[in-house]
Design a protein around this ligand. Structure first.
Ligand code: FEO
Length: 173
């Protein structure tokens, strides 16, 4: 009967294409890499005695882990497979707080590009659910770039003044 047909249809999970599954898994790895990257900055600043920045980067690392988990959960919810890949090595020291925040901004701009590339693939495949899931990341990137940019600006303004850097680390958490 048509009612039975309807029930069967409801049970069908429309899976991600292999192409999108691969691309989203690559993004999971990129988000974990970001987490590792910021954790590396966190330990670098803890070692340098700048505990405010150390805490700030620890929070960023946690957020990146949450981004990875969000995409992992989404892949699973579509009935696809998560594939966790090795996390590439990260830089371990920076010559100044400004250098670290410039690296942060540059990295976030690269992540924005990755997210936008994923949006293009989702659009091409007319995968509107993935397109919708990605919108959260599109918006999040605007905020992340903005935060990193304002810290770069503040550090440029302060220059090498130790007191200014100290004040900024106290206010950044
Ligand atoms: Fe997951 Fe900072 O982007």
């Amino acid at each position: 009967t048509s009612k039975n047909k309807q029930n069967i249809n409801i049970k069908i999970i429309i899976m991600l294409s292999k192409n999108l599954e691969k691309a989203l898994n690559a993004q999971v790895n990129a988000e974990f890499w970001s987490s590792y990257f910021y954790l590396s900055m966190s330990v670098h600043f803890a070692d340098a005695g700048l505990s405010g920045f150390a805490k700030w980067f620890r929070v960023q690392a946690k957020e990146e882990e949450e981004h990875a988990l969000k995409i992992m959960d989404y892949i699973v919810s579509r009935g696809n497979k998560v594939s966790l890949q090795p996390i590439a090595k990260v830089t371990q020291s920076w010559k100044s707080p400004l250098a670290a925040f410039e690296d942060t901004l540059k990295h976030e701009q690269e992540v924005t590009k990755m997210i936008h590339d994923l949006v293009v693939v989702a659009d091409e495949e007319k995968d509107y659910a993935t397109r919708s899931m990605l919108q959260w990341f599109v918006d999040e990137q605007v905020e992340e770039e903005d935060t990193a940019r304002s810290l770069v600006d503040a550090l440029k303004f302060i220059g090498n003044e130790k007191l200014g850097i100290y004040m900024l680390t106290k206010n950044s958490v």
